[in-house]
Ligand binder design. Structure first.
Ligand code: SAH
Length: 253
């Protein structure tokens, strides 16, 4: 079940932190590490700091974008050391561990996303996440070392996993109707389609977007959209675009 939970590190500068994260993960039973454009990897310092968690480094997946790192995930939790301009559903590491384990137990894929050492995650990257996780650190000195932050979340995942051991896995892969949830890559295609349609109908001014897409991402992100619902939403957009373009469409008159 724990292999369904991936740790994603975005744009890491110091390879030592990649090794430290791998060690922290392996200590807690996690195995899947994905790196988005690391500054230096593979690197001797990563191997040194991994202190024997070499299998995790050997199996690392290196990708070019956060979008690629999230393919197949239906739950994404992004970490942040500080508050952001558009507030997002915010949870602490304990709730994060519980959610990760509950969803992973149902067969879903989950991502825990960590940012750059100096700048964290961008707002755009955070808006790709369903939840923001804040480690309730000292407000006057809130930013943990990257590998230490990975340690805290991995520990909470392990504690939730141990607590659930033996208990029937809560199946949250599908919703109450038994339908599978849409994955992040499907959601991204939808957001792209939605944005184009909103521009086509004049609702979204590309010159003055006013956080509209961020707000819509937040809305749909908390809705746990399933596959049949996604087909309905995409169908509505397709028909709307046909009407706007004067193409043949479903309306009869
Ligand atoms: N200076 C950056 C902090 C980067 S710390 C900023 O202000 O955003 C590097 C990464 O460690 C962060 O992107 C986040 O993934 C994680 N991290 C550090 N402290 C954290 C905290 N208190 N809560 C949640 N994540 C934290």
């Amino acid at each position: 079940m724990l292999q369904n939970i991936r740790v994603v590190l975005v744009n890491t500068s110091h390879p030592g932190n990649i090794g430290g994260a791998a060690r922290a993960m392996k200590n807690m039973g996690l195995s899947r590490l994905v790196l988005v454009q690391p500054k230096a990897f593979p690197a001797a310092e990563a191997t040194a700091r991994a202190s024997g968690a070499d299998d995790i480094l050997d199996n690392v997946q290196v990708v070019d974008s956060l979008e690629q790192a999230l393919v197949g995930c239906s739950l994404v939790m992004g970490t942040s050391a500080r508050e952001r301009s558009i507030p997002w559903p915010l949870i602490d590491p304990r709730e994060c561990g519980a959610k990760a384990v509950a969803h992973a137990g149902g067969g879903e894929h989950i991502a825990l996303v960590f940012g750059r050492e100096h700048a964290g995650l961008t707002n755009e990257e955070l808006q790709r996440c369903h939840f923001h996780v804040h480690i309730p650190s000292n407000p006057d000195f809130s930013s943990l070392n990257l590998a230490a932050a990975v340690q805290v979340l991995s520990y909470e995942v392990r504690m939730a996993w141990l607590a659930a051991d033996g208990a029937p896995a809560k199946v949250e892969k599908s919703d109450a109707n038994g339908d599978e949830l849409a994955t992040m890559d499907e959601m991204e295609l939808f957001y792209d389609h939605l944005e184009k349609t909103l521009v086509d109908i004049g609702f979204l001014d590309p010159e003055k977007p006013k956080h509209l897409m961020a707000r819509l991402r937040r809305l749909y992100g908390r809705s746990a959209v399933n596959r049949p619902e996604m087909s309905i939403l995409r169908g509505i957009l397709t028909e709307t675009q046909k009407v706007v373009r004067g193409e043949p469409h479903k309306r009869k008159d």
